[in-house]
Structures are given as structure tokens and as C-alpha cells.
Design a protein around this ligand. Structure first.
Ligand code: PMP
Length: 286
């Protein structure tokens, strides 16, 4: 359970923490976030999350609320104060609060900073990985800058809920040409007919996942062939293996796409091997 939340310089009890009613994050989704895995009480790939946060903020010309080092201290405090060993840390930076106006006030605002941590049921996640998940494909109706990690998540919320109605855990979003862009809250991967791992290249169409990046490091280390190229839904349906990556699930096997089994309908061998080695490639905070 989340007990202590950081908001704008204060550590507050969960029930008492809040932001201004005219926060631009609330009114315009004018806000950036990060989700970082907590593993053994340590933050996973903190530096890469900080880099992505800084880049996302930079694309919207929102200033960093403080130095990376100071942010890192708050993040670690929040993990510690909430005694989270296995879970997720959530960090959000909005442009700040001001009377509602589409124009961004000249001179800028003081960014709003929120940080909280929550425990996850690690056994449940392992059980999910051992069984594998189903995904449902649907049109990608998001905007043209999916590389920026904004809280403008309504298309992802709707997609995941539609997937859940089909009995799927995740939605795979598909572009106008029939190529998979990514999951609603994950990056999408397949193992193609030649045994090569395939994932879409970074660019405006997808979020550059931190887990994706660290997995690429692992593939290089393990000499696993991979290709960063778009893959079509039809290719995915005939893939040997499939999986998704995200901070919340690391490497999560996909065993069915739109109700049809992937490979033999069980989590792939290569996928499970990469899952078991993932944290060896990741950097854990002290
Ligand atoms: N794509 C989208 C759209 C996401 O929301 C996420 C998770 N935040 C990811 C990919 C995976 O990114 P990461 O590995 O950094 O969690």
C-alpha cells in the first residue's frame, strides 16, 4: 500500500496529498511521467528513466523541477518510506498550475512534482509470466508524438479496457498499414521464422521503452540476433514467439493474438530465458 507521497517538496500521508485544481496536468494533460520498477528494494535503470524524463520534458519545454541527483534522492526516499521491495515507482512532472488558458504563461510556471511507490504481488506476476498473456490488436488512434511520455493516456486506457473485454491483458496497437506499433503500455516483440527477435525501431510512433533498451543490451551480450524493423500483424500471428516489455512486467510472454495461439500456445523458450536474465542486464540503484 502507498502510505507516503511526495508532492512539491513535502512528504505527506496518501490521503492528504493533492495538487492544485488548476494544475495543467489535470486540465490539459500538460504533464510527463515515468514508471520505474522496484526490484529487491532498488530502482531499476534509474539513469535511463531520468534521461527519458529529461528528454520528454525538454520536448514540451517544461523545465526539470530539480537536478537528476535531487530527484533520485526523493525517489529513493519514497521507496524506503513506503518499504517497497517489489513494486513500481511513479513520478509525474506537470507544467504547473495557472488559471485555465491554452496559452502557456510567458515566463513559465513552477512545475508540479509528484512521486509515489506501490508494492506489487511478485508471485502473481510470475504466475502471469508462466501462463503467458493474450493480446488483442486494434487501431492505433494516438497522436504523432508517442515518443514523449505524456499523461495523455486516454487512447491507451480505452484500448486496454477493450482488450480486457476480449479476455486479453494487453492491446497491440496497429498503424494504418497493418504494422504493430507497440502495446498500449508496453513495447511489442516477436521471434520471427528465422529465430530473429524483432521490435519496431524507435521514432515518433512508439515510446522508447527503458526495458526495451536494456533488453537490447542483453541480446548483444547473449549473442541473440535481433532486428529493429516494423512487423505486420500477419507476421506476428505466425511468429515462433511473442512478448511485451515494460517496467511493470519486464519480459512478459504473449501466447495468443486475437484468440489465436502464438507458436505452440505456451510461453516461448527464448522469451523465458530472456526474462530470467533481464535483471542481470539492468542497473540497480544502491
Ligand atoms: N510503450 C508505452 C506506450 C508505454 O506506456 C510503456 C510503459 N510505460 C512502454 C512502452 C514500456 O516502457 P518501459 O519499458 O520504459 O516501461
Amino acid at each position: 500500500m502507498t502510505r507516503i507521497v511526495y508532492v512539491n517538496g513535502r512528504y505527506l500521508p496518501y490521503g492528504e496529498a493533492g495538487v492544485h485544481v488548476e494544475d495543467r496536468g489535470f486540465q490539459f494533460a500538460d504533464s510527463i511521467y515515468e514508471v520505474c520498477e522496484i526490484y529487491g528494494g532498488r530502482l531499476v535503470d534509474e539513469a535511463r528513466h531520468m534521461e527519458r524524463l529529461e528528454r520528454s520534458l525538454g520536448e514540451l519545454a517544461i523545465p526539470m523541477p530539480m537536478s537528476r541527483a535531487a530527484l533520485g534522492q526523493i525517489m529513493r526516499q519514497i521507496v524506503r518510506r513506503n518499504r517497497v521491495a517489489t513494486g513500481l515507482l511513479y513520478l509525474q512532472v506537470s507544467r504547473g498550475s495557472a488559471p485555465r488558458d491554452f496559452s502557456i504563461p510567458a515566463g513559465g510556471l513552477k512545475p508540479t512534482l509528484v512521486c509515489l511507490a506501490r508494492g506489487l504481488d511478485g508471485d502473481k506476476r510470475e504466475a502471469r509470466a508462466n501462463a503467458g498473456i493474450s493480446v488483442s490488436t486494434m487501431p492505433d488512434i494516438r497522436w504523432g508524438r508517442c515518443d514523449i511520455k505524456t499523461v495523455m493516456l486516454l487512447p491507451a486506457v480505452l484500448a486496454k479496457n477493450e482488450a480486457a473485454r476480449d479476455g486479453s491483458y494487453e492491446a497491440w496497437l496497429v498503424d494504418a498499414e497493418g504494422f504493430v506499433t507497440e502495446g498500449a503500455s508496453s513495447n511489442a516483440w516477436i521471434v520471427d521464422k528465422t529465430g530473429t527477435l524483432v521490435t519496431r525501431p524507435t521514432g515518433n510512433a512508439i515510446l522508447p521503452g527503458v526495458t526495451r533498451r536494456t533488453l537490447l543490451d542483453l541480446l548483444i551480450r547473449e549473442n541473440v540476433p535481433y532486428s529493429e524493423r516494423p512487423f505486420h500483424v500477419d507476421e506476428a500471428r505466425h511468429a515462433r514467439e511473442a512478448f511485451i516489455t515494460s517496467a511493470s512486467g519486464t519480459v512478459m510472454p504473449v501466447v495468443a493474438i486475437d484468440g489465436a495461439p502464438v507458436g505452440n500456445g505456451h510461453p516461448g523458450q527464448l522469451t523465458l530465458r530472456l526474462r530470467s536474465k533481464f535483471h542481470q542486464a539492468a542497473k540497480l540503484s544502491s
